[in-house]
Write a new protein. Structure first.
Length: 445
């Protein structure tokens, strides 16, 4: 089954609460998010969820509240900057420095929490290693950025109580939300930073604010378009840093067209919202690299390990056939197909696992039929992967060979009979899905 991944689309910027909203809109359970503060050792914090309209787009709004009802307020942008900022701690890029603590709008002075204290809460919370590693890294990066600005060690940077707990929930939730969706591969499109000036505790700051400028190093920056004011907060930037593997693959297929998380302001001229797209790679079309070589001194026993290594490196297909070379020597042609992004890894695998000293490369366009992978229940309760191919005139089904062989070994039944039964079962399932889609065209899949 093609691996699912997510694409973060911060065309209007990104903040922690926007990402939380998009994840809930994409299917992350509301109950999970509402229970998150208690798991982080902050049972006094509550989560407020609501729907919001952002320029005609329905988006999910998330607000982190302390017992007195306090929450982070949007930054105080200068009037001519047409304020855009998200409701987030780091819309006050310097207001949480322990060197010169400044009050949040309407909230007065508050106790502080150091970055090191927040990291300890994360280390002791019930989190998966995947989430904990990235959350700790996010706060280390955040502390390093603020510390570089204020001349402090990263762990000694202090945040106001309201903003600290808001950041804790935003960062851990923004990472764990993807895990809740069953996704650990995340890409990002270019991020808008906004422009103009924003008023912070230490005075007027140019956008991007100093911490945001540091945390967006290495990220691809997109055009601001109509976006004005502070579009990306330090928390949004650091989430991109610890989550994104870079731009999406060249070709992909959307599984869910877009889930939107609302920012704190509603400018009216553009949707102040973040989109998260769930997708999978579309290997059935596009450019491929053909890697081929001839060998005449490789023991045939080691052809299968070579083939397996090429698939493990990302090859889309591998073919081998016997050849007759110079001086009457028998040889073997090895040919692998790979996407341009995987070609180097597959080429390295050929060199490493064969006796060749040279490889031919060619770029070709290929066009194949759209396919999906479904899982069909077998007689012993296991699931067998079945490839469905859309021919344009109907669906073809083919069970995965490895799954059939494993099932035959467990049940003692002939593999070819199992393959036929599961093929028929998959065809019936596909037909039922198609009928349901025709009968209920507006249902959610």
């Amino acid at each position: 089954m093609p691996e699912r991944f997510a694409i973060i689309d911060p065309a209007a910027g990104i903040s922690g609460d926007m990402l939380l909203g998009a994840l809930v809109a994409a299917g992350a359970p509301r109950a999970w998010l509402e229970a998150l503060p208690a798991r982080l050792g902050c049972p006094e914090v509550t989560i407020e969820l609501s729907e919001a309209d952002r320029c005609g787009i329905r988006a999910q709004r998330v607000l982190v509240r302390l017992p007195g009802g306090e929450s982070e307020s949007p930054a105080d942008a200068l009037p001519h900057a047409h304020a855009h900022s998200q409701t987030h701690l780091h819309d006050h890029p310097h207001g949480h420095s322990h060197a010169e603590p400044g009050p949040h709008a309407g909230s007065g002075h508050h106790p502080h929490r150091h970055i090191g204290d927040l990291i300890e809460l994360i280390r002791h919370a019930e989190l998966s290693p995947w989430v904990r590693e990235r959350a700790v890294r996010a706060f280390e990066l955040l502390g390093a950025a603020e510390g570089a600005i204020h001349g402090l060690p990263a762990h000694e940077v202090a945040l106001h109580e309201v903003g600290a707990l808001d950041a804790l929930v935003d960062i851990v939730g923004g990472i764990e939300g993807f895990e809740q969706l069953g996704i650990t591969r995340i890409h990002a499109r270019p991020v808008a930073l906004g422009d103009g000036w924003v008023r912070a505790a230490h005075g007027v700051m140019a956008i991007p604010a100093p911490a945001t400028a540091i945390l967006t190093e290495g990220l691809e920056i997109g055009p601001n378009g109509p976006v004005t004011g502070e579009a990306t907060t330090p928390t949004g930037a650091v989430l991109l840093r610890v989550l994104s593997e870079g731009p999406p693959p060249e070709r992909w297929r959307a599984l869910a067209g877009g889930a939107w998380g609302a920012g704190g302001r509603n400018p009216g001229a553009y949707p102040n919202a973040l989109r998260v797209i769930l997708a999978e790679a579309a290997d059935e079309a596009g450019e491929v690299v053909v890697l081929s070589t001839d060998v005449d001194d490789l023991n045939p026993e080691y052809v299968e390990p070579l083939r397996e290594s090429l698939f493990a490196a990302g090859a889309l297909d591998v073919q081998t056939w016997p050849t007759a070379g110079k001086k009457g020597r028998s040889g073997l042609r090895v040919e692998a197909l790979a996407s341009p992004s995987d070609a180097a890894a597959v080429e390295a695998a050929i060199f490493r696992n064969s006796t060749t000293t040279g490889i031919r490369r060619a770029r070709l366009e290929r066009c194949t039929l759209p396919r999906t992978i479904i899982q069909v229940p077998a007689e012993d309760g296991s699931l067998v992967r079945v490839k469905l191919v859309d021919t344009g005139a109907g669906i073809r089904a083919k069970p995965e060979y490895d799954d059939i062989i494993a099932l035959a070994g467990r049940t003692g039944r002939p593999a070819h009979l199992l393959a036929r039964e599961l093929q028929e079962r998959a065809m019936r399932s596909a037909a039922e899905e198609a009928r349901a889609a025709r009968d209920h065209p507006n249902r959610e899949s």
